[in-house]
Design a protein around this ligand. Structure first.
Ligand code: HEC
Ligand code: HEC
Length: 289
């Protein structure tokens, strides 16, 4: 077995033991150091606040930024030091690039990229046909049906660069996904998934990110698994990571079969997890180990 694989197995087994012990309740999970303040280019972010009413398992919510090491935290405070902003800049350039049979760019219809302000705070969102869509779905719908261009791969660099460029427009604004009305059934499905135990290790998202945030599993300081900072730049891979790709990684760690990016399951889960962070600032491109 490769070293890294072994490390993961050990880390996961450690959490499995904690979960089996069954002593931890949400309120006993450890809060991060909240004296740290995140300012991005001088603008203050909301990194902790009261949990939304429909999330009874948490009383306070915390951005993943609060759980990271000082050097990783530092990289997110300034766009010049943030390695993820290179991809974001590519997305900005792509915004005005003409592509496809219709001779259009994103800007042809949407105008200035700044007009996308606020869009991130509402994603995923039910579309006009009543189907829940992530930002990636909206982007590919515009590319294929409105531009006559090829769809982008969900976690491909061109897609995540564009997701980053659009997300950055909402920086500082609180996440505010809809959980009622037409979104209610998707939200309930996502909630159910969040508490379902998966894989050989029989662990749910909640076992780690609700019951044990603040704990250390080996090198990892467990966070609440919030998604207000996505897409995130991972130092480990040196690229932007999509929300659903990160979910897949966590599901795989429980030794379970996972779902595809863009599947109805992961999209419902994305809505639910986004709602657990309603009230936290969109951080645009976060930096993670
Ligand atoms: C031909 C016009 C056109 C082009 C070109 C176009 N879009 Fe769109 N886009 C639309 C329309 C119209 C909607 C509204 C769709 C809806 O609400 O169902 C939309 C919706 C969106 C949304 C969702 C916004 C929201 O508030 O829900 C995003 C994100 C988006 N487009 C991104 C892009 C990107 C990125 C590109 C370029 C790769 C692009 N669009 C190109 C017309 C266009
Ligand atoms: C075995 C424990 C474990 C389980 C189960 C687990 N995760 Fe994670 N997750 C981690 C660890 C460890 C990390 C990296 C440290 C951190 O950010 O918390 C992580 C990171 C994340 C992140 C990135 C957070 C950030 O700030 O960038 C998200 C999002 C996430 N997990 C969501 C989920 C979801 C959704 C599920 C259920 C499908 C899940 N996780 C299940 C251990 C777990």
């Amino acid at each position: 077995m490769k070293r890294t694989q072994l490390k993961t197995v050990l880390a996961v087994a450690a959490v499995a033991a904690l979960a089996l012990a069954g002593v931890a309740r949400a309120d006993e999970a450890m809060a991060p150091d909240m004296s740290k303040v995140l300012e991005i280019n001088g603008e203050k972010m909301i990194t902790h606040t009261k949990a939304p009413k429909n999330i009874p398992g948490l009383s306070e919510i915390y951005s993943g930024w609060l759980f990271r090491s000082p050097s990783t935290q530092q990289m997110e405070t300034d766009d010049i030091d943030n390695p993820g902003m290179t991809g974001e800049a590519m997305g900005e350039t792509e915004w005005t690039n003409v592509d496809g049979t219709e001779g259009k760019s994103c800007a042809s219809c949407h105008g200035d990229l700044a007009k996308m302000k606020g869009v991130r705070t509402h994603m995923p969102k039910v579309n006009k046909d009543g189907v829940l869509w992530s930002m990636e779905n909206y982007i590919n719908d515009c590319r294929t049906n409105r531009m006559g261009a090829k769809p982008w791969k969900w976690s491909g660099a061109d897609m995540q660069d564009m997701v980053a460029a659009i997300s950055v427009q909402s920086r500082g604004m609180p996440m505010d996904v809809q959980t009622d009305g037409p979104a209610a059934k998707y939200w309930k499905e996502g909630e159910k998934m969040y508490y379902t135990r998966y894989g050989q290790l029989q662990l749910s998202c909640a076992n780690c990110h609700e019951d044990h945030y603040g704990d250390n599993i080996r090198a990892d300081h467990l966070s609440q698994g919030q998604i207000n900072g996505f897409p995130t730049y991972r130092l480990k891979t040196g690229k932007l990571t999509s929300i659903q790709n990160r979910f897949k990684g966590c599901i795989r760690d429980t030794r379970a079969h996972t779902y595809a990016e863009g599947s109805p399951e992961l999209t419902a889960l994305e809505l639910y997890v986004a709602s657990r962070g309603n009230g936290l600032s969109v951080e645009g491109v976060a930096v993670r180990p």
